[in-house]
Design a protein around this ligand. Sequence first.
Ligand SMILES: *Cc1c(COP(=O)(O)O)cnc(C)c1O
Length: 443
Amino acid sequence: MRQLPAVNRFLDDPRIATFEGIVGREHVKRSIAQTLEDARRAPVNGGYSFEALSASIIDRLQAGAFESLVSVINATGILLHTNLGRAPLAAAALAAIDRIGASYSNVEYDLERGERGSRYGRAVSLLTSLTGAQSALVVNNCAAAVLLVLDTFAKGRDVIVARSQLIEIGGGFRLPDVLERSGARLVEIGATNKVYIEDYERALSAHTALLMRAHPSNYAITGFTHEPEPEELAELGRRTGVPVLEDLGSGAFCDLAQYGLAHERTVQEAIAGGIDLVTFSGDKLLGGPQAGIIAGSAPLIARMRANPLLRALRVDKLTLAALTETLRIWAAPERRNEIPLYAMLSVTIEALRARASAYVKAIGGAEICETTSYAGGGSLPQSALPSIGIALQPPGGATVAAAALRKNDRPVIARIEDGRLILDLRTIAPAEDRVAVAALKAL
Ligand SMILES: *Cc1c(COP(=O)(O)O)cnc(C)c1O
């Protein structure tokens, strides 16, 4: 049995050394040692080839790298891609995570009085001033927000929902199941395509806890349709003393028409329209960290604050730090583009085209193409945004090429269309261009 090569020889191989930056030097050393140990146990005839051993070390490292969270380049053109972590955070939010995570903080401590304070205070005062709501609450995500509302008000009672709004979104959030889980009884009204205010009115009874409206986040019913205006529902709730819950999901804070998207009902509009409680995500159109926000009537929010379930749904200090900083940006409209989502939404076609020609110049065989970005993340399912991409027709086929890009040190997630590999430049940050170009060149 010939001698196995020394660990250092592998560490000097640049293809292996590159993993040190991703998984750390110790992990790389361990992977080399494990591969050599396996080789020792199962010797091959004719000795060991450095090349073959390197290849299996790289395989092992790649598998390991995918087991940890890695930063990827989103070339799909879907701005809020749930599988890719939804909204990237603003620099100010990241700095706050850094600051608060590295030391002790006053997360639940009142510095004025030197005693226990409120965990939610800072985020809540920003939320109320930004949305016009009397009060607000922050929990783990929008699913938790809906669950907390239902658990607080509707256990063993009725919740009236239009049949056309019984949504299922990704990751197991299915409104009828969430309702059942919370112990509420679903009262389904209307037809698939049409529901009238009279349907809600007829379904009301002494058992009704809530009138509920849910945003059809990932589908649209078109054609011969009807739904009452949200204000009609709010009015019915007011008249009958039944609180109205609106699950907005994406939680737009501004008019998206200014970005060339369809107008999305905003949180402010829902509150101003008299909805008692609205729920939305922190990491969709708000552009912040994963969180669920409940905004609305102060007495109703106070009841939720007293619900022991809140303790199990509470957010950590890092989320609160990032959310608060993101809300501060919203409070200063001139800072909007500090939120990466809005920087991506407001980039011009000309700017995208200029970057695309730099890509094409650097890579042989690529061409500029017109493509379409989508907001994604359970918002504006129909709303498309014209964009510019790079199209390639790799000799080995687009599927193989897409898989190779996913194996890049910094994985690149591209799209396949009509057998071509498409990289939408809108969701690639300009600072990522160099790495993306290098990955395409290697391809
Ligand atoms: C996205 C969405 C949710 C779930 O939000 P998470 O923050 O992912 O829990 C709930 N309802 C609607 C309408 C949504 O769009």
